[in-house]
Design a binder for this molecule. Structure first.
Ligand SMILES: *Cc1c(COP(=O)(O)O)cnc(C)c1O
Length: 488
């Protein structure tokens, strides 16, 4: 039995470290080759659970190869691969290699970004990226920000800062967001003790953007009934439609009512580096805060995200001084003063290495490619009989459904839901489901810059073929029974 200390990251174990990480990389590369062409193994939750439950965690396997073989059986053989062109369900992106190389340092050095005395230069790498992003937004030198775990945390912190700016009693505070805004706004309202009713949904227009007229009357109604507009949240890229709310109009209304203006650009934030579509974010510089998910449209591994604020002083609402960590008289710059987290991974390094190796333009080109792809696919789908496209794509999602003749609306919804489940089980393609005005749709979320129109039309062809097969039912029961089963 070898000494357990052989597993510590330490100069004496440099050989063991190199061997273990090298073997892990080789193992992953072998999986890439073996699973090419399939976005998933289609494992059922029951089977995945059983395999994992059978592992006795009190009996270590001892050697690397055994642990890797077990990992394949438990997970990798059936993992979801976001680099496959047929993986078109959620906002998970294929990731860029410089960021993966950065991960070696993030976890190996294991810096924690809460204080300078746990991170040294890493603190300034993060700060430089924050400054670079705020300059792209169009803010001046007073701007600041902090890396977070994701859009959910960024939205929460933004609304916490907004609440910090208010003196009105908590039960009168209201947050205005479009009806298509992200549910993390509602969750944040709960966490902040404002309650579910504090979030006022604002109607959207035909293109599913927040309707400024509806916002104006919602704000006026709130004030007339003694409520206090605490924040207005515009979404720059809604999760379903990629809709970008009219930022200048929303900004003007937020300002007129003295409300904090937050832009949830978790999805659309990548447009900051787009050569061809940066103008879609015009007006973002009028906001008080912006949430950006680098782990969506910047092709970074989860998690990599930031909250940016126009006035860095507002981050003081999350500052707390602990004698042992970041005392008030600390001579050091301490990022924990700006963060809801304490111990915090150096996620910023992934974006740093991406910008240093590839450059921002290359990331913007990746995003432009998937938006071009969505436009081209949507044009094809709109011309197809029996395909209903819910709205023209605005970023890289397409909400659609297959509507064979002779089915009512509920039946169409159930058929499409059954097709999606069947495709997941087969492991051949991953599409998402959503509801639009009470009706069930499918959704393609395209984030793969090397996927082609034919790849994506192939997924739609699979949807139709699978639907036809489901409607026909198993051969032995006859067509009518199958149709009844899937539509029930
Ligand atoms: C994904 C998303 C979020 C949530 O971000 P996470 O990184 O998943 O926490 C918030 N808002 C929008 C518009 C999103 O698309």
């Amino acid at each position: 039995m070898p000494a357990p200390r052989q597993h510590l990251f330490h100069p004496a174990n440099a050989g063991a470290y190199r061997e273990a990480v090298g073997a892990a990389v080789d193992h992953l590369v072998a999986h890439l080759a073996a699973t090419a062409g399939r976005p998933s193994g289609g494992v059922s939750p029951r089977e995945a659970a059983q395999r994992v439950a059978a592992v006795d965690l009190d009996r270590p396997l001892g050697t690397g190869p055994d642990a890797l073989a077990e990992l394949s059986r438990l997970w990798l053989d059936d993992a979801i691969w976001f680099h496959e062109p047929t993986a078109a369900a959620h906002l998970n992106c294929p990731v860029v290699i410089p960021a993966l190389a950065a991960e070696v340092f993030v976890s190996g050095v294991n810096a924690s970004l809460d204080t300078f005395d746990q991170s040294a230069g890493a603190t300034f790498i993060e700060r430089h990226l924050v400054d670079w992003t705020t300059a792209r937004i169009g803010w001046g030198p007073g701007a600041d920000g902090i890396f977070t775990t994701g859009g959910t945390q960024s939205n929460l912190q933004a609304l916490l800062l907004a609440r910090g700016q208010q003196v009105a009693p908590v039960d009168r505070l209201r947050i205005f967001a479009s009806a298509d805004g992200h549910f993390s706004v509602q969750k944040a309202a709960r966490v902040l003790g404002l309650g579910d009713a504090a979030v006022v949904p604002v109607a959207v227009d035909h293109a599913r953007r927040m309707d400024p007229t509806a916002l104006a009357s919602a704000l006026a109604d709130a004030v007339a009934s003694g409520e206090v507009p605490m924040a207005v949240v515009a979404t720059a890229g809604t999760t379903d439609f990629g809709a970008i709310d009219p930022l200048p109009e929303v900004a003007a209304l937020a300002r007129a009512y003295g409300a904090w203006f937050h832009v949830d650009a978790a999805y659309g934030g990548g447009l900051l580096v787009s050569a061809r579509r940066r103008d879609r974010l015009d007006g973002i510089e009028l906001s008080d805060s912006v949430a950006i998910d680098y782990h969506k449209t910047w092709f970074q591994p989860v998690s990599c995200s930031a909250l940016l604020v126009r006035d860095g002083a507002t981050l003081g609402h999350v500052t707390w001084h602990a004698a042992y960590l970041n005392p008030k008289d600390s001579a050091h710059p301490n990022q924990v003063d700006k963060s809801l987290q304490t111990t915090r991974r150096f996620e910023a390094l992934k974006l740093w290495m991406t910008l240093r190796v590839m450059g921002a333009d290359a990331i913007g080109e990746h995003l432009d490619a998937v938006i071009d792809l969505a436009d081209a696919v949507a044009a094809e789908l709109t011309a197809m009989p029996e395909i209903d496209v819910a709205a023209a794509p605005q970023l890289s999602t397409i909400v659609f459904r297959w509507c064979p003749p002779g089915l009512d609306d509920d039946e169409v919804g159930r058929l499409n839901a059954a097709v999606r489940a069947e495709l997941f089980d087969s492991g051949r393609a991953l599409v998402a489901a959503t509801r639009v005005d009470g009706r069930s749709y499918l959704k393609l979320t395209l984030l793969n810059p090397v996927a082609t129109v034919d790849d994506v039309l192939g997924v739609v062809a699979l949807v139709r073929a699978t639907g036809r097969r489901l409607l026909a039912g198993p051969a032995e029961t006859g067509a009518r029974d199958g149709r009844v089963a899937v539509l029930r």
